[in-house]
Design a protein. Structure first.
Length: 247
């Protein structure tokens, strides 16, 4: 039922040529991701599911971007919840849920651990999109940040505009946190660890092809933020204990 619904409301409405354009964009701009998705497609084929092609997974990689366009029909986004609280001792606690549709998708959960070539943990995540995108929407890097994305509705974009962004190399929403945590890991290995504010600056400035909310908590008292992202900047931010402001 999960794939049936998303095919009917989105992917069946995507022109065939655009599947190939998405796949070509991945190979051009994000070759490592393309190789990972090609491997996943090969495993699906080995299990008897030849319909799960690399091109189909390339479209899933950009699911959120496509679901914000004018081809989406009956997509049922539910604005997932996130909560940040600080204890009297200064610890920041971060809780999140995923109001995924259809409801059957809520039974799909993967625990993800990304490690470097030496086996050291880069970050952990709890997600099901990883199977289809190799990215994450909920993840944590010890000592730096826990983070989630929430669906944000602003305005419907024409498909041609979103495709133009993707073909120019704009990153998938599902890869924003993965790329940030990998960058933080490499920087720490070079003796230049990121702060929580460094992490926020990274995910706040990454160009997007669809808007979303960021909910993030950090290791120190006061490290918490909810950010409303548009395509190129921040529409608003609320810091833990500091209230709201607009940028």
């Amino acid at each position: 039922p999960v794939f049936r619904e998303h095919n009917a409301t989105l992917f069946d409405r995507l022109p065939v040529a655009d599947f190939h354009r998405l796949a070509a964009s991945l190979r051009r701009w994000w070759p490592e991701t393309a190789a990972e998705l090609e491997g996943i497609a090969a495993q699906f084929a080995a299990a008897g599911h030849q319909e799960v092609t690399f091109e189909y997974l390339a479209a899933w990689h950009y699911f959120h971007e496509l679901a914000h366009t004018d081809i989406a029909q009956g997509v049922s986004p539910r604005e997932c919840s996130g909560i940040l609280v600080q204890t009297l001792g200064g610890s920041v606690l971060h809780g999140a849920n995923m109001d995924q549709s259809p409801s059957a998708a809520r039974n799909l959960t993967l625990r993800v651990r990304v490690v470097d070539s030496h086996g050291a943990t880069v970050f952990d995540g709890v997600d099901w999109y990883t199977l289809l995108s190799t990215g994450v929407s909920r993840a944590v890097r010890r000592g730096l940040a826990s983070v989630q994305e929430n669906w944000r509705r602003t305005k419907v974009r024409p498909l041609r505009q979103t495709m133009a962004d993707i073909e120019s190399g704009v990153i998938s929403q599902m890869m924003v946190y993965r790329r940030a945590f990998m960058g933080a890991h490499d920087s720490a290995a070079a003796g230049k660890p990121w702060s929580f504010d460094d992490f926020l600056a990274n995910v706040s400035s990454t160009q997007l092809a669809a808007p979303f909310y960021i909910v993030a908590g950090g290791p120190n008292a006061g490290d918490g933020a909810v950010i409303a992202r548009d395509l190129r900047s921040v529409d608003g931010i609320s810091r833990l204990g500091q209230g709201d402001h607009k940028d």
